[in-house]
Ligand binder design. Structure first.
Ligand code: H76
Length: 480
């Protein structure tokens, strides 16, 4: 009897699971007014450029950069840009930091030079973080850099300096605003909505102002959009997307901006990605074996150097600090899955960049100088992941790159090549004249004989293949 009962439970469970699955397949698409505006990847040249860039520099700079995580002698280990909240400071106290904002060591050209050497193709700057302080002289608030002792338009200087180095500039904008009196976390009454509408107007106007004042901006990176107040006003997020796209043809917005009619975020209630790319990978990366679904979309991961510090924190002993080698591996993994890697820097309150960040940037620069070819325009190759590192396919070429992080002890790298792909040539990216020996051990499986010398860091091997693009786009997910 007991056994029969168990059997019955299993049958019932299976049947209802099947029904749920069936119901899911049959579920009619919801009619949405504020959902995704299109499906699939954008095909225009502005998006193609964004995709080719692959490596970007994130910069968090604001009033929080002055105290650097320490208030009245006490160190707060949480993210430095959240100090106002961690130390429970009033707006009056925090906002008066504006009168101390005087970064005399700020040199936009020096920042842009460092970025250029590091090999980034775009830079994303905080125009306004949660604290509400604006890094440009906005006509819609007094809480801006023009009213600080520094006075200068920081955005203008950065846009000009980075653009002069050939680096695209993107704008981070926090919709959440701790300074503005009309900001609300939730809407419970009609009065709440009336008040919040005033805030939404303000933010809309600021965004239009940014798009008008700095027309070379390539992408708007929204943050602070997770509260119920925004989820209940999904219409506004679409209005903003449309307004920006009208103001700057080809402009890109991240998925984080958007909420649909039902308050679904990033992906709408029909599962379609909203905005132009997925921006949900924050301080984490997809698994290069299990999470291959990202290869179907455009996406970008943003990463801190310490565990969770975006703005300048004086004390970097409070968490693990990633090595330049680890960051290069993250960039490579991201590229190998068709994503962009946005690496964060938190300049000091005086405008200088901390020594550790300069050293890390210099080490990455050395690596990128030799190996950057594998990164720019790199994409998912569709080849089986191997333990020595990552395959990257270069769209529009016959090249597949192997970025080797774990040099095999035997000096033999194994590869499994997709059907119909024929490798015609293999060589070290830094020594193209010297071919490497490739031996087929069984169908589609090869041993690649690496140079006998142990390499100091990650290195790149180029595989030239017979048919254009090499691998095709086979999608292999794990069977579990
Ligand atoms: C939480 C949070 C914010 N989102 C990251 C991109 C940083 O800006 C951080 O302060």
């Amino acid at each position: 009897m007991k056994q029969f009962k168990r059997y019955l439970t299993i049958v019932v469970a299976c049947t209802s699971m099947m029904q749920a699955g069936w119901a899911q397949q049959q579920a009619p698409r919801k009619a949405l007014s504020y959902g995704a505006q299109y499906t699939g990847k954008r095909k225009d040249s502005a998006m193609a450029k964004f995709r080719t860039n692959r490596f970007g520099q994130f910069i968090h700079w604001g009033l929080y950069s002055i105290p650097g995580g320490i208030w009245e002698g006490k160190t707060y280990s949480y993210a430095a840009e959240f100090l106002k909240s961690s130390a429970h400071l009033s707006s009056a106290t925090w906002d008066s930091l504006m009168y101390r904002f005087n970064p005399t060591k700020f040199d936009a050209h020096a920042w842009a030079k460092m970025a250029k050497q590091m090999g980034v193709k775009y830079m994303t700057i905080t125009t306004k973080h949660h604290e509400g302080f604006c890094m440009w002289p906005s006509q819609y608030t007094d809480f801006h850099v023009g009213n600080s002792p520094f006075k200068r338009d920081i955005l203008k200087e950065l846009v000009e300096a980075y653009n002069a180095e050939g680096i695209d500039v993107n704008f981070y904008y926090s919709v959440l605003d701790w300074h503005h009196p009309d900001w609300k976390y939730d809407i419970k009454t009609a009065e709440d909505q009336t008040q919040f509408l005033r805030y939404l107007d303000f933010a809309y106007n600021q965004l239009k102002e940014l798009a008008t004042r700095y027309p070379t901006v390539k992408c708007f990176w929204f943050d602070g959009t997770w509260d119920n107040s925004i989820k209940k006003n999904g219409w506004w997020t679409l209005e903003v997307e449309k307004m920006l796209k009208k103001a700057i043809p080809g402009v890109i917005v991240n998925s984080r901006l958007r909420a649909d009619d039902y308050g679904a975020r990033h992906r709408d209630s029909n599962g379609e990605l909203m905005g132009d790319y997925e921006s949900g990978y924050e301080r984490r990366l997809p698994d290069p074996v299990k999470d291959l679904s990202v290869t179907q979309i455009d996406w970008e991961a943003c990463m801190t150097i310490p565990e969770n510090q975006w703005g300048f924190h004086k004390d970097w002993s409070l968490s693990y600090v990633k090595t330049p080698q680890e960051l290069v591996e993250m960039l490579t993994l991201t590229t190998s899955l068709g994503g962009n890697f946005l690496l964060n820097f938190g300049p000091q309150g005086d405008g200088a960049i901390r020594t550790e960040e300069k050293q890390i940037a210099a080490t990455i620069a050395d690596w990128m100088k030799v190996n950057g070819e594998a990164i720019y325009g790199g994409d998912y190759a569709g080849w089986k992941k191997q333990d020595w590192g990552y395959f990257i396919q270069k769209a529009g070429t016959n090249k597949v790159y192997m970025v080797v992080f774990n040099q095999p002890f035997s000096n033999i790298a194994r590869l499994q090549v997709p059907d119909k792909v024929k490798i015609t040539k293999s060589y070290l990216l830094e020594a193209p004249a010297q071919s490497l020996l490739l031996k087929e051990t069984q169908k589609n499986q090869f041993n690649l004989y690496l140079p006998a010398v142990k390499k100091a860091g990650a290195f790149v091997i180029v595989l030239e293949t017979e048919q254009g693009g090499g691998a095709g786009k086979q999608y292999q997910d794990a069977k579990t």
